[in-house]
Every structure is written in structure tokens, then in C-alpha cells.
Design a protein around this ligand. Structure first.
Ligand SMILES: [Zn+2]
Length: 408
């Protein structure tokens, strides 16, 4: 059976030693040369030579290694990190009612954030690009920099995105799909733009800034308007061959089950996503919240009903939790990850990760004499998704640095 390494050619490509070294430094934050050699498998002499060039070019900088300051002989011990001043990157998450922007420096430090309220789903790609430009301009206006200082922009949209062909096959955010949305964005911005599925970028954010830091194999599960999943194998984000990897929400948990918004039946999302819970509530009992209210508010009201003892409301959440537990068990049986991270804003609904759900997971996974994967919950808002998008822009710049050097 093939291991995770065999997926490597289908993941974000690692073009050459220089890119591998920069990505290693970026992922670690701060790291000694000797450890770069260990992590990347690159010859220590090559690491020394290449990092000297990178230091000279101002791409990385050396910091004293606080843990090894007592060395009496030889060169002082240092750790390398990306030079924060080298580039300015932007990232944006497009959601149903807002566009959230993060501006970061090359070392990943946040410089500015901005939330442009009043976005709506299913608008034209041109309108969405204009909204995005407004949001990025407002975010950079809070800083000492100009729009022209931005080196690259990463954008996360919900839906099916193939990054190789730059095609958005379908997205609730854009009315005219399939489309090359990157082309539209390039006509609006003067710097390079990268587009990806928003959950992949949330996963990058977990890897760079969150609970996935330093973990080589983990899954991120998000439950929002849909159910998404990000997959990190052997330190690489796995996207699938058509950009459709990780559609956890459309894995089947029931033969001929509930109707999903994808048109098929029995998908996990048809039991767990916000629209599914509200649909159940509408049919099961007189759930008196206006359909004009935002989905989040209606869901919060339903959750409150369940908490205050409404048995019908409670049973909706309980069933969703059991379905989720079963779905998670399928993931564990396929990937055997060391960590599963529940990530996103909806994590306040604790039915998603309470004891019964985890018990359902354990019941349905193969039993060996090792504990099941750790399940951790990370409640965060759109800002960190936007930071993940900016991290994606950072990866682009890292590869551009390499490309420029190779051209010399
Ligand atoms: Zn489906």
C-alpha cells in the first residue's frame, strides 16, 4: 500500500532546494541551519551556502538562538527566520455577508485587518472583484504602505476551485460559474493573485499559525454553510487531482438519505450543515424565527431552544452529532491522522464535539492498542481564514524568489 509520500507529486510542488529551505523556515518560524538540513534532507553544506545567499539578499535574517547562548567556541549559534521587511502580502476570505482582509509581512506578522460588511452571495464576478478591491484598499489604508507595495494576494472562496486551471467550477459567492475568476481579479489588481477553496486556506492557517503548527499529518474539518475538510499529508496540503479533494460534506452517511444541496442524497452535509439543521427544525416543530434573519442568528436561536430543553430541537442536534461522528470515523479509517482539528466560527455549538460524538467516532474506527487521533477544537473567525489566504500568497512569493534566482 502506498504511503502519504506517494501523494507528494499531486501536492503543492517543491521546486528546488532554495524553495524547500524557504518553506521550511516559513513553516518553522525560527529554525537553526542544522535543523533545516534535518527537516529537508538537504546536504548541510548546501543549506549553509544557500542561506548565506538568502541572508545577503535580505530574504531571511539571523536571530541569536536564545537556547544556545553559552557556546564558548566557534560561531555564535543563530536561528534563521524570514525577513519581515522583505515583502507585504494580502489575504482575503469571501463569506456570505462580509469580505475579511488580513495584511501580513513576510514573516507572517499581521499588519492590518479589515472587514467589509455587506457582501452578498451569488453576485457577478466583476462585482465581487470590485468589492474585494474596496476591502483590500481599506485594509492597506490603515498602514504606512500603499496598494502598490503588496507583492501578492491570496483569496479564499467557498466552492469548487481548481487552482491549476484557475477555474471556479461552482461557488455560492459567484453567480456566473464556471469561470476563471483569477483572470477577472488580475484585471482589477496590479499584483499577482492566487485563488483557492477557502477551507484549504483555513488549513494553511492552522499549519502556519494554529494548532497544526509542527504536525506533519492532520485534517481540518470546518462546519459552516457547508462541511469542508483540509488535508495535510507529509507537511503538504493535498488538493486532489481536480481541486475537489476534501469534499467531506458530500461523503455519504445514509443510503437514499436526506437531500443535499449538491443534488445527491445521504451526504453528511445534508444532516450537519446549517441549512440542514434549520430545514429539520422547520419541518419538525414550529420554529419561530424569521427566514429573513441571517442563517447564523437562526441557528443560534435553534441551539438556544435545544439548550433550554426543547426535545425536538435537541434531537436535531443529537442526530447531526452522531452522523458527524460516523463521518469522522470514516476519515480516521482512511487517513489515520495524528490530529483532527475542528475549525471555524460555528464551534460554539458543542454538540459537534461532545462526548457522544467522539464515542461514535471510536465505535466506528478500527481498534488497535493505540489511542485514536486527538480531536481538538479551534474556535476562530474569518480573520484567521484571511491570514491563511495571505500565507498562500507568501508561498507564491517564495516560489517567485526561486524562479527569479533560477533565471539569473
Ligand atoms: Zn452533497
Amino acid at each position: 500500500m502506498s504511503g502519504p509520500g506517494s501523494f507528494k507529486n499531486q501536492t503543492m510542488s517543491k521546486t528546488g532546494n532554495r524553495a524547500a529551505i524557504l518553506e521550511c523556515i516559513s513553516t518553522a518560524g525560527k529554525i537553526a541551519r542544522v535543523d533545516i538540513a534535518k527537516v529537508t534532507g538537504i546536504n548541510p553544506a548546501t543549506v549553509t551556502a544557500m542561506t548565506s545567499d538568502l541572508l545577503e539578499e535580505g530574504i531571511v535574517e539571523a536571530l541569536p538562538d536564545e537556547e544556545k547562548q553559552n557556546t564558548k567556541r566557534g560561531r555564535p549559534q543563530v536561528k534563521l527566520c524570514l525577513n519581515s521587511k522583505a515583502f507585504i502580502l494580502a489575504g482575503a476570505k469571501i463569506s456570505e455577508d462580509a469580505i475579511t482582509v488580513a495584511i501580513i509581512d513576510f514573516a507572517g506578522n499581521q499588519i492590518s485587518e479589515y472587514v467589509r460588511e455587506g457582501n452578498s452571495f451569488s453576485i457577478s464576478k466583476e462585482q465581487l472583484a470590485e468589492n474585494l478591491k474596496e476591502a483590500i484598499s481599506a485594509a492597506i489604508a490603515n498602514t504606512d504602505f500603499y496598494l502598490s507595495d503588496i507583492s501578492a494576494l491570496g483569496v479564499g472562496v467557498p466552492g469548487y476551485v481548481d487552482i491549476a486551471s484557475e477555474c471556479v467550477h461552482w461557488s455560492p459567492a459567484i453567480s456566473d460559474t464556471p469561470t476563471n475568476f483569477v483572470k477577472t481579479l488580475r484585471s482589477v489588481f496590479d499584483f499577482p493573485v492566487m485563488l483557492d477553496n477557502d477551507v484549504n486556506l483555513a488549513t494553511l492557517a492552522e499549519q502556519r499559525f494554529g494548532l497544526g503548527k509542527g504536525v506533519s499529518d492532520f485534517l481540518v474539518v470546518t462546519i459552516e454553510h457547508g462541511v469542508g475538510m483540509g488535508i495535510v499529508l507529509n507537511n503538504n496540503l493535498f488538493r486532489g487531482t481536480r481541486g475537489l479533494g476534501g469534499e467531506f460534506g458530500h461523503t455519504k452517511v445514509q443510503l437514499n438519505g436526506a437531500l443535499c444541496r449538491c443534488g445527491q442524497r445521504g451526504c453528511l452535509e445534508a444532516y450537519v450543515a446549517d441549512y440542514a439543521l434549520l430545514r429539520e427544525a422547520d419541518t419538525a416543530f414550529k420554529f419561530k424565527t424569521s427566514h429573513d434573519l441571517p442563517t447564523g442568528q437562526r441557528l443560534a436561536a435553534l441551539y438556544q431552544e435545544a439548550k433550554s430543553g426543547n426535545q425536538a430541537a435537541l434531537s436535531i442536534f443529537e442526530r447531526a452529532g452522531r452522523m458527524l461522528g460516523m463521518g469522522l470515523a470514516n476519515l480516521v479509517n482512511i487517513f489515520d491522522p495524528s490530529l483532527i482539528i475542528f475549525s471555524g466560527e460555528r464551534m460554539q455549538y458543542d454538540f459537534l464535539y461532545e462526548k457522544d460524538v467522539l464515542e461514535e467516532l471510536r465505535k466506528n474506527t478500527l481498534d488497535i492498542d493505540r489511542p485514536p487521533p486527538e480531536v481538538r477544537v479551534h474556535k476562530w473567525g474569518d480573520l484567521l481564514w484571511a491570514k491563511g489566504a495571505a500565507a498562500w500568497a507568501t508561498e507564491y512569493v517564495i516560489h517567485q524568489v526561486v524562479a527569479k534566482t533560477n533565471a539569473c
